[in-house]
Design a binder for this molecule. Structure first.
Ligand SMILES: [Zn+2]
Length: 351
């Protein structure tokens, strides 16, 4: 198949994927049925007074929000490690009322529903979404491995210029990418361990920063922009958009729905750029790029098709985190191949 036909085919597919994604995105629900349920609300109200749900009573309800005992000597403080996790009477009551309501609903044959924008998950040692945490840790490890092996390759295995810099022109950009990717994984671990406002802000902000930067990188690499001034010019509009979006999330409205829409749009744009490039380039590792694009586009559907957690642990978002692990491995493998490919071309030119 010639390049032009392939490009047309890719373009058609991309338009179809974007169209389908946008159709689903506009229908993303924002409200939760669980916390609107009067039985759940009265359970939380009663629990905050009595400190118990059924026979289950909570240690946190003996302390006020600032960690001081409700009735007891002033010097008795709640242990610091519990305060840090911010589990308090209110959140304990919400959690146990949710479990109680879900049990009742299940007995009547009902499906799980969301509470305060989240599916009902079982906690493990105070960790809210243990499966997402585990996959985020693995993804962090994958990025670290990818970055280290890239570092060793460009600085120790491939030839260097006389001034000890690499021939590969994108080394610095991939270093920044690795920092943003690992930062995003780290805050994902923290956020899925404990969902409070500050962990949510940091998770959303670092994801937006990573997705925005990945889009910049896609533009610069596929168009082969090597001049510093042109790079700054190309990056500036995306950079200012992402900076505004992060400020909006942190200081105006921390909206999950809006952030998801913005991140998916940028991610799809980035994937389309790589997809078009992969279909016309003669890069020796283009198949890796194509595989990454296909898996990432498919995994975006998991962000859109949000199903309840299986056995109370594995939901669509956790599976999405799982798909990122092999993709990250393949992605860094492509980056290393790209460094080898560009370096060999440039070395030949110098000779
Ligand atoms: Zn996540």
């Amino acid at each position: 198949m010639d390049c032009f036909r392939r490009l047309r085919l890719w373009f058609r597919w991309s338009v179809a994927v974007v169209f389908v994604s946008l159709c689903f995105l506009t229908g993303l629900p924002d409200a939760s049925a669980g916390d609107a349920d009067p039985a759940y609300r009265s359970c939380v109200e009663k629990c905050e007074i009595s400190g118990c749900v059924g026979d289950n009573c909570f240690q946190h309800c003996e302390f006020s929000l600032d960690g001081l005992p409700v009735d007891g000597p002033w010097y008795m403080q709640e242990p610091l490690y519990l305060k840090w996790k911010q589990w308090d009477c209110h959140s304990d009551c919400r959690y146990h009322c949710m479990l109680a309501r879900e049990e009742e609903r299940q007995k009547l044959g009902g499906q799980p529903i969301k509470y305060h924008g989240k599916w009902p998950f079982f906690r493990v040692y105070g960790i809210q979404e243990p499966v997402s945490v585990a996959f985020s840790v693995l993804n962090l490890a994958m990025h670290f491995h990818g970055w280290i092996s890239f570092f060793i390759l460009v600085y120790y295995k491939l030839p260097l210029r006389e001034n000890r810099t690499t021939y590969y022109e994108y080394t610095g950009l991939w270093h920044i990418y690795s920092i943003l990717a690992m930062n995003s994984c780290f805050w994902s671990v923290v956020f899925h361990s404990r969902d409070v406002e500050w962990t949510e802000k940091l998770d959303y902000s670092s994801t937006a920063a990573l997705v925005g930067y990945s889009l910049i990188l896609a533009v610069l690499r596929t168009l082969n922009v090597r001049d510093e001034a042109a790079r700054v010019m190309g990056a500036a509009p995306i950079f200012s958009f992402v900076a505004t979006h992060i400020l909006y999330l942190n200081f105006y409205d921390l909206s999950y729905g809006w952030n998801t829409k913005v991140c998916i749009t940028m991610a799809v744009a980035q994937l389309l750029i790589w997809a078009i490039w992969a279909s016309i380039t003669c890069h020796p590792s283009r198949w890796k790029l194509r595989a990454v694009v296909v898996v990432r586009l498919l995994s975006i559907l998991l962000k859109v098709y949000d199903f309840p957690p299986y056995l109370g642990y594995i939901d669509a978002h956790a599976i999405w985190h799982a798909t990122t692990i092999p993709v990250t491995y393949l992605w860094w493998s492509f980056v290393r191949n790209d460094a080898e490919f560009r370096t060999s071309l440039l070395v030949k030119k110098v000779k």
